[in-house]
Design a protein around this ligand. Structure first.
Ligand SMILES: Nc1ncnc2c1ncn2[C@@H]1O[C@H](COP(=O)(O)OP(=O)(O)OP(=O)(O)O)[C@@H](O)[C@H]1O
Length: 359
């Protein structure tokens, strides 16, 4: 396997959060050992797995290179893992790079021209590639050919370069940002969903056995419930709970150990961390559940607007704890219940009272 560049963005505000979905340095070091190696080992995402299995089998039967594959979904759901599985199932080598690493068409030409026949090219964050590189990719995907431009201005000439057949696996967290001509050139598109608790429990049991950690069913369920639907977070929480179990107990993980350990790390029963709870608490206690503007809410929790909007809110919205309305942020009845607070009369969540705020 060849790494052209790290695929993770360590500079995101999420990077140092225990429940952040982007990979931190420790994740990068440990993930290689935890990655499922074939489709049979890959947990969950049944529909994607079944469809991909057909695509790959058919290509093998034809003795051909597999169609280009687009994987979309949030960070940490297994896109890199699946790309490696595609290469393994096809018995092909894999090259890994990312959109931000390809700023010039020449960068892409250099990678494409060095691919071997049948190789899998994994392009993470494909939506962040530069325009000229993107246009070069169209031709490469369709005709296995690129035009390399030599010289500048009126004297520039295009030298056609034949490429060996290869499989592009593009990954994106923002499928909607891909221009249709690029999207259309993928033979198979898979959308990866967040994982349910039973699947995350299986991920945790599998990782625990690879890490040689003893964990019982209730302990795995406790961690799964706080892992925000994301295997990467489940694996990270497992490692923190293992640390706690080794230092404070006999190394074995059960429900109590998992619950106390994650309490120490301030990850609550639903997977909210300190920032998430600070936003919710401000919304409920200072603004009676809203509506309140994003800037005001950000000042109240002492954070940047962007941090509240991009780091805390997506999960709170997904969990049905906060709603973004045209009049501002509004807490849902579930938010009051989660923090154990009672909504003032007449607010959503005040039990049997009318919803006067249209949230
Ligand atoms: N279905 C799964 N079964 C078991 N483990 C999984 C599964 N999906 C992901 N994982 C584990 O979660 C971790 C993160 O997965 P991966 O790096 O593939 O995510 P990603 O979607 O590529 O993330 P990013 O978008 O940040 O690159 C890996 O350690 C991997 O082992």
């Amino acid at each position: 396997m060849n790494w052209d560049e790290t695929t993770e963005d360590a500079a995101t505000p999420q990077a140092d959060r225990l429940v952040g979905a982007s990979a931190d340095h420790e994740d990068q070091a440990v993930e290689a050992a935890l990655r499922p190696k074939d489709l049979g080992e890959f947990i969950g995402q049944e529909r994607v797995r079944e469809q991909l299995d057909l695509v790959l089998r058919a290509a093998r039967v034809r003795g051909a290179t597999a169609d280009h594959v687009l994987l979309s979904g949030a960070p940490g759901l297994g896109k890199t893992t699946l790309s490696m599985i595609i290469a393994a199932e096809m018995g092909a080598p894999i090259r890994i790079t990312s959109g931000p690493a390809i700023q010039h068409a020449g960068d892409l030409a250099a990678i494409l021209s060095s691919l071997q026949e049948g190789e899998v090219l994994f392009l993470d964050e494909i939506h962040r590639m530069s325009r000229p590189a993107e246009e070069m990719l169209y031709m490469a995907m369709e005709d296995f050919r690129v035009d390399v431009i030599v010289g500048k201005g009126p004297g520039a000439t295009a030298i056609p370069l034949e490429l060996p057949p290869f499989t592009l696996v593009g990954a994106t967290t923002r499928a909607g940002l891909l221009p249709p001509p690029l999207r259309d050139r993928f033979g198979f598109t898979a959308h990866m969903e967040f994982y349910g608790p039973p699947e995350l429990e299986r991920v945790i049991h599998r990782s625990a056995s690879l890490l040689d950690v003893e964990i019982d069913t209730a302990g795995a369920a406790e961690i799964a419930g706080r892992a925000r639907g994301t295997p990467r977070i489940a694996n990270r929480l497992l490692r923190r709970v293992r640390d706690y179990a080794q230092v404070k107990a006999d190394g074995q993980i059960n429900r109590d150990i998992a619950s106390v350990a994650l309490g120490v790390y301030e990850v609550d029963g639903r997977g909210l961390d300190r920032l998430d709870r600070a936003v919710l608490e401000a919304l409920l206690k200072l603004f009676s559940g809203g509506p309140v503007g994003l800037s005001t809410l950000a000042v109240a929790v002492g954070e940047e607007r962007e941090t509240v909007e991009e780091v805390a809110e997506p999960f709170l919205v997904r969990e049905g704890l906060l709603a973004r309305t045209p009049r501002g942020r509004v807490a849902t009845p579930a938010a009051w219940a989660h923090l154990g607070l009672t909504a003032p009369q007449g607010r959503p969540g005040a039990g049997g009272q009318p919803d006067l705020f249209g949230a």
